[in-house]
Design a protein around this ligand. Structure first.
Ligand SMILES: Nc1ncnc2c1ncn2[C@@H]1O[C@H](COP(=O)(O)OP(=O)(O)O)[C@@H](O)[C@H]1O
Ligand SMILES: [Mg+2]
Length: 253
């Protein structure tokens, strides 16, 4: 199964969720590939890769057709491989525009290695650029992390409309796996109200569990580790463990 973690807004915990859901799936015994599609390479860096190690990365796979086997770094931790992002992805997005079959480049690459993985988790950039379109085309599912705050509802409605429009225009149509509420400050009345409105509007699409603000989730990337390795008893680790279970139930794995 392939799931794109997508939101055109920055700072909604796409990378944090991609990293920890991928690590959580690996811990559950699923062979997992984390695909970093962001030019900041935050996912790769969060799991302890150094900047010098980022090349070759997904830019080479998408633009130059470099075999995924040469891009994938194996056994970042047990059961978890990673295909790193990097600065070149910023150009990739622009250069893709001129290429025939530009929406399918990632799909072709991921299909080549699909047999080796139970799950692939795609960490998308904070835009609905061609890279995100490639991610949607390549995916069975997409998951939207949302930080409940002022204008979240509007952002979410806009994102859903854009994805619907894209799905109509493209032949393959990923299913919405769910909306994950993240970086939640439960003592904030505003956050609670936004969460309630999102649940009213999107009902069952919203994951039961949400991820609270947890300083451990902020610290783990600096240590180059997933939350499960960095702070296994933290609130964040427990939230992502439950979210992995719910993700599996939703995808009926
Ligand atoms: N639950 C959380 N609690 C506290 N900080 C978080 C949490 N989730 C993410 N963060 C932090 O918020 C910032 C944005 O998260 P990130 O995953 O990079 O978002 P995105 O990829 O959507 O831009 C990062 O500094 C990250 O460490
Ligand atoms: Mg990110």
């Amino acid at each position: 199964m392939i799931v794109a973690v997508i939101n055109n807004k920055g700072g909604t915990a796409k990378t944090t969720s991609s990293v920890n859901l991928a690590a959580g799936l690996a811990r559950q015994g699923y062979k997992t590939l984390l695909v970093d599609l962001d030019s900041q390479a935050s996912a790769a860096l969060s799991l302890g890769m150094s900047r010098e190690e980022l090349n070759p990365g997904m830019s080479e796979a998408i633009m130059d057709g470099m075999p995924m086997e040469e891009v994938i770094r194996s056994r970042i931790s047990a059961g978890l491989d990673i295909a790193p992002g990097g600065m070149d992805l910023a150009n990739t997005d622009l250069n893709l525009a001129d290429i025939p079959g530009r929406e399918k480049r990632l799909n072709i690459q991921l299909q080549r290695v699909a047999g080796s993985y139970d799950w692939m988790v795609l960490d998308c950039p904070p835009s609905l650029s061609l890279l995100s379109v490639n991610a949607l085309v390549a995916s069975d599912y997409y998951l939207i992390p949302v930080k409940p705050e002022y204008l979240s509802m509007e952002g979410l409605a806009g994102l859903n409309q854009s994805v619907q429009r894209l799905k109509k225009g493209l032949r393959v149509a990923p299913t919405l796996l769910g909306i994950l509420l993240t970086i939640v400050h439960p003592s904030s009345r505003a956050a609670r109200q936004v969460m309630q409105r999102i649940r009213q509007e999107y009902g069952e699409y919203v994951f039961q569990d949400y991820v609270r603000q947890d300083v451990r989730l902020l610290e783990a990337p600096e240590a180059g580790r997933s939350i499960f390795d960095y702070a296994p008893r933290s609130n964040g680790a427990m939230a992502y463990t439950r979210t992995v279970k719910e993700l599996l139930a939703r995808s009926q794995q």
